[in-house]
Ligand binder design. Structure first.
Ligand code: 5RP
Length: 210
């Protein structure tokens, strides 16, 4: 089981400074969608140049023109790239094909997918690397979480790795880990913590024991 730190609300330079505090405690650093909207794929390049030992995920949430966008993220140094589960199968295939050319991984974000079980089974046959259930900020604000959806994909996904994101914090990570995902994604639970280094270390410990 691995831990991914999601960075959404910092500049690229602030993100690099922040990762210096937690680099020993995370496996993957996500450059979040808002950061890429603000600063482009240069934010991915800055992170990878600063921390070549860490894997960097570009959270592009691709919906179309997938091969091209995966190519550009790969050129910027991303190790993993996200595409939406709601995208057409042709787009998913294009993303997977392009990622393989560059030795990169594709993570499918299931945000806003209504029938998670059916779509996850379809995606699982398309050779994607990760299928990730995700409660976005707008539904977190309504009190929702991704824990039941995680149990659903654990039941139906046979080939891809499973991942989970959406409001996970130190006090809820054990519940997540109990479902045995391959990847746990934590954003604000680390970036907004009063003591980010200690919090990341505690979450890492829980993840490694899980
Ligand atoms: O992709 C995202 C939002 O769309 C976030 O990166 C993801 O939800 C993890 O962040 P948090 O733990 O703060 O919810």
């Amino acid at each position: 089981m691995e831990l991914q730190l999601a960075i959404d609300l910092l500049t690229a330079d602030e993100a690099v400074e922040f990762v210096k505090k937690v680099e020993d405690h995370v496996d993957i650093v996500e450059i979040g969608t808002p950061v890429i909207i603000n600063e482009g794929l240069n934010a991915v390049k800055k992170m990878k140049d600063a921390f070549p030992q860490l894997k960097v995920l570009a959270d592009l949430k691709i919906m179309d023109a997938a091969g091209y966008e995966v190519m550009k993220a790969s050129e910027a140094g991303a190790d993993l790239i996200t595409i939406l589960g709601a995208a057409e199968d042709e787009s998913i295939r294009g993303a997977v094909q392009e990622a393989k050319k560059h030795n990169k991984k594709i993570l499918v974000d299931m945000i806003a997918v209504k029938d998670i079980a059916t779509r996850a089974q379809e995606l699982d046959k398309l050779d994607v690397d990760y299928i990730c259930v995700h409660t976005g900020y707008d539904l977190q604000a309504e009190g929702q979480n991704p824990f039941e959806d995680l149990k659903t994909i654990k039941r139906v996904v046979k080939n891809a790795k499973t991942a989970v994101a959406g409001g996970i914090k130190l006090d809820t990570v054990k519940e997540v880990i109990a479902a045995k995902p391959d990847l746990v994604i934590v954003g604000g639970g680390i970036t907004n913590a009063e003591q980010p280094t200690e919090t990341a270390a505690s979450i890492q410990q829980a993840v490694q024991q899980g």
